[in-house]
Design a protein around this ligand. Structure first.
Ligand code: ADP
Ligand code: MG
Length: 285
């Protein structure tokens, strides 16, 4: 990687090796994530997408190689330094569910109570601001069980951005959602990226959404990364990419159509929840 190229990346992995449970997950892997853009990390199941986010968040250390996040090599930081460095990163893990015993408000407030010195009045203001940003105003008093799947995902996103991170990492944001909510979460991620200038890293199996929302796609296969703009990836002759895209096209199209036909909850959600786009537009005006 050249020096000037490294400069554009807000997150960059260089020569990363990682073996887990006797299996080499990453093999001299290098790739970068441009500042302020949406990068989608793709690849088959077990390719290492979630592991890559854990490495960047400093939750997992590589066997060798460097991982620069906002100018710091997280592989060289102590636990205390890592705790501070994570303030810059909002993370939403797959199934990173809200805590059932707490209201939506308390769930979103949690990172502020743990990581900031803010008083309750300021916390209330910050929480409501983020709930508005994800299209869920006035839902603070509800409990997670009272939310639809799409709403719960948005509340979890509100929690991930409540500390004003510079980098947002979201693991499989579309999993388990019907096509309407996939579109909503996608629109929300695009909107948050634009408005908050977040460097956004998303892992996804969902090909259509990934192609629509990504400025850049990082494709993982055989322990290495292949990165570029979506149209470049689509034209790629790389065997791993071609095989993955072919499988996704048939599976993905079928799965979406099947849910659209038969999922009454998805349709119900569409009728009762205002579209995120409209809400966000209203908020801006
Ligand atoms: N803590 C661990 N110990 C052993 N193997 C692990 C561990 N975490 C992940 N793996 C393995 O690493 C590989 C990559 O996992 P993961 O990053 O979850 O893949 P993906 O998110 O792309 O589906 C998988 O083969 C998984 O079984
Ligand atoms: Mg995963």
């Amino acid at each position: 990687m050249s020096g000037s190229e490294a400069q554009e990346f807000r997150v960059a992995l260089d020569g990363v090796n990682l073996t887990l449970g006797g299996r080499q997950i990453f093999r001299d892997l290098s790739c970068g994530f441009p500042r302020g853009q949406i990068s989608v990390i793709m690849g088959g199941s077990g390719a290492g997408k979630s592991t890559m986010l854990r490495l960047i968040g400093g939750l997992q250390r590589p066997d060798s190689g460097s991982i620069r996040v906002a100018g710091e090599d997280v592989t060289k930081l102590s636990e205390t330094q890592l705790f501070r460095a994570r303030d810059r990163i909002g993370m939403l893990f797959q199934g990173g569910a809200l805590l059932d015993s707490m209201t939506v408000f308390d769930n979103v407030a949690l990172p502020l109570r743990e990581h900031s010195q803010l008083g309750e009045t300021d916390i209330a203001e910050e929480v409501e601001r983020r709930l508005v940003a994800v299209g869920l105003p006035d839902t603070g008093k509800l409990y997670p069980r009272e939310l639809s799947g799409g709403m719960a995902r948005r509340a979890a996103l509100a929690r991930a951005i409540v500390t004003d991170p510079e980098i947002l990492m979201v693991d499989e944001p579309f999993s388990g959602l019907d096509p309407i909510n996939v579109r909503r979460i996608e629109a929300l991620l695009v909107d948050l990226n634009r408005r908050l200038h977040l460097t956004t890293l998303v892992t996804s199996h969902h090909l259509a959404s990934s192609l629509r929302m990504a400025h850049r796609i990082v494709f993982l296969a055989q322990g290495q990364a292949l990165a570029g703009p979506p149209d470049e990836l689509l034209q790629s002759a790389d065997e791993g990419v071609v095989r993955f895209l072919a499988a996704e096209e048939s599976d993905g199209a079928w799965a979406d159509a099947a849910v659209e036909e038969s999922d009454p909850e998805g349709l119900h959600g569409a009728a009762t929840e205002p579209p995120v786009d409209a809400k966000l537009a209203a908020e801006r005006s």
